[in-house]
Design a protein around this ligand. Structure first.
Ligand code: MLT
Ligand code: MN
Ligand code: ZN
Length: 276
């Protein structure tokens, strides 16, 4: 499988438009920006799936030649979108896809019911909703299988449905041909037994890097496991290559690439390509 990491920032991106903090200032000065978190994945190199549709999706698609339609066609290589959550940073890009003839969208029933612009989109394109049930394999074109597992229960701020296990899932993607396994968990609230089982044998684990510490601005109760809490667990669970994504602009690791203490994990960068 190939995985194009389209964006690596949490909501707001880096720099955030209304923030003059040191990390945002440095990103402005060096032009080292991060767009909002999502990725594209393929098993056969021609049929691609988006995992989340970030608010920056248009620019991310234009920066990825493999996601362009073949010359003279409207045959997009993008076969659908799998959502990990209903958060705005992960879903606003669905609006960018409204010119599609049809759009397959995988989401848990809670996420589908909450999305405020689902009905708006249905006036522009045919939305082929696919229900995601944690633990039930999702066969995808091109030889990939996705398996969702519960990763967090915090509702988005706009939503009225109470916190529950369907709000945030992680996906485990398996390529039957190469045996490659990627786990994508940008909204991990806690490193549970479910998570340990979900990453067993994985080659790469994309982890929630929203906050570096537990005393960052607004970090408490946000449903994001901090890097200071996940790094010891990364070290205790060797095997996969761990990469942090969904970095908030309050997280110093979002700025100048800082080496993580002992090389146990790295920070993903926009546009990075993984081949598993
Ligand atoms: C989150 O990841 O917790 C949300 O995207 C925060 C937000 O709404 O900006
Ligand atoms: Mn987010
Ligand atoms: Zn900032």
């Amino acid at each position: 499988m190939k995985v194009r990491i389209l964006g690596t920032a949490a909501g707001g991106g880096l720099p955030q438009w209304n923030c003059g903090c040191e990390v945002c200032g440095q990103a402005r000065a060096t032009n080292r920006h991060r767009t909002q978190d999502c990725l594209a994945i393929t098993g056969d190199g021609s049929t691609w799936y988006l995992v989340n549709a970030s608010a920056d999706l248009r620019g991310q698609l234009l920066a990825s030649p493999e996601l362009a339609p073949p010359p003279g066609t409207r045959a997009t290589p993008v076969a659908g979108v799998l959502l990990t959550s209903a958060e705005l940073d992960h879903t606003l890009g669905l609006l960018t896809l409204r010119e599609a003839d049809r759009l397959a969208v995988w989401a848990t029933p809670t996420v589908r019911a909450a999305l405020p612009f689902g009905p708006v989109l249905e006036s522009y394109t045919f939305l082929d909703w696919q229900s995601v049930t944690p633990g039930e394999p999702i066969p995808l074109q091109g030889g990939l299988t996705a398996l969702a597992f519960a990763a967090g229960d915090k509702r988005p701020r706009y939503a009225s449905t109470p916190d529950n296990a369907q709000w945030t899932v992680a996906y485990r993607f398996t390529d039957a041909r190469t045996g490659g396994v990627l786990v994508y968990a940008p909204g991990l609230a806690a490193w549970t037994a479910t998570f340990t089982a979900g990453i067993a044998g994985a080659d790469v684990v994309l982890l929630d890097g929203t906050f570096a510490t537990n005393h960052e601005f607004a970090s408490t109760g946000m449903g994001h496991l901090s890097m200071e809490d996940s790094l010891p667990l990364v070290r205790a669970n060797p095997g996969p290559r761990y990469m942090y994504t969904h970095l908030n602009n309050t997280n110093p690791y979002a700025g100048e690439p800082l080496a993580l203490a002992d090389g146990a994990a790295s920070v993903a960068t926009d546009g990075e390509l993984l081949v598993l």
